[in-house]
Ligand binder design. Sequence first.
Ligand SMILES: Cc1ncc(COP(=O)(O)O)c(C=O)c1O
Length: 445
Amino acid sequence: MSKVPNIVTPPPGPKSKALVEKRNDLIPPGVYLVQPVTIAESKGSVMTDVDGNSYIDFTSGIGVTSLGHTVDEIVDTITTQAGKLIHSCIHVVNYEPYLDLAKKLTEVTPGGFKKRAMMLNSGSEAVENAVKIVRQSTGRPNVISFENSFHGRSYMALSLTGKWDPYRVGFGPFVPGVYFTPFPYSYRCPWGTDDAEECGEAALHHIEKNVLKTQVDPSTVGAVITEPIQGEGGFIDPPDNFFPGLKELCEEHGIQLIIDEIQTGYARTGKMWGIEHYSVEPDLMTIAKAIAAGLPLSAVVARDDLMKDIYPGSLGGTYGGNPIACATALKVLEIIERENIVDKAAELGKKLRKRLDEFYDRYEVVGEVRGKGPMLAMELVKDRKTKEPHKDATSAVMKGCLESGLLTLKAGLYGNVIRLHPPLTIDDELLDKGLAIMEETLKKV
Ligand SMILES: Cc1ncc(COP(=O)(O)O)c(C=O)c1O
């Protein structure tokens, strides 16, 4: 491998800068940009920009290219399928990659019961459709969602997203029938406790004694939707008692549990699905991001009885379940199984956790290290006692990393969380180099 990272001109270099200026002139700033560089190509865990700088990638396009960039086998699958069938709308004629993927997804998702699956293009669309399926099949219109959640940018998905700035600014009114409740973010527990399990208990208590008593009639609530680990919210993994309690509460009131695995799925947390850490079976699941190695594809997988009587013609779309994307998604699942990617991700998680725990021990600015498997993040604070968020330090770390050849992402309610999203296939050498760069920048803030 040629030298990586390789910074030949301080990023952003002149070509990158000119193209970012072009972007700023052509594209609305609402389509935000985290890293001010223009990428020309990528391979494995390395991205190379138009100035010839190459970076270690700790972003995977926000958890999408989990198997690495432009994997040869994936490229072959795409070109082979493109030579056979690029498109036919699934409403016009039937085709096999869609069916094969539907079958496979019903097999690899939690729950031994009969399921069905449908394909769409984006995570947001999967969320939209999960809610449509619940509303039509149960006749219950209302949905409970969590504060600090992210479910997407289309109107239903945005209406379920529990963070105002930047996602919802100026976009109201939103879809009615959504009720928010706090997530057990135990580092900053809304109920003031430092005990994670107590925070989980309080979150459940709040739904039962507040939301379902004072805000909405439980018999009208179709679903609770939640990420197993909040992604954009800052990689917040709830305490172990939370999901079993939530499932019990849902069952008691006949409410469906929609688990949004869009960011947590496909081994990102060291298990195939994030919810597997909590031994709970969802009624519906939304899946996207890593599903097709970067091609636009998403899915809803749900219990058969919720899907089987959906009114004919009421679901779908022109592009959902594109044959190339479905063939690629099948290849992704094949690689995950064949290469034991779930076990490898768990191992990667251990290595990352060890280093991030060292950062916690060494640098006061690291207030908390959290997450599951390799889905790990550091929350940066000005003071460990007051937990005052340190947004400037977060920006400085990201800038420092970029300048040294490491691409990173942030997250969190206060924009002070560095989240790690490396390809799950990253090799030890690049991983160590990337973490060493991160440590050097942490030292300086
Ligand atoms: C948990 C979760 N749900 C939904 C979405 C929306 O997916 P998309 O951006 O593909 O619409 C995202 C995207 O980050 C996500 O992380």
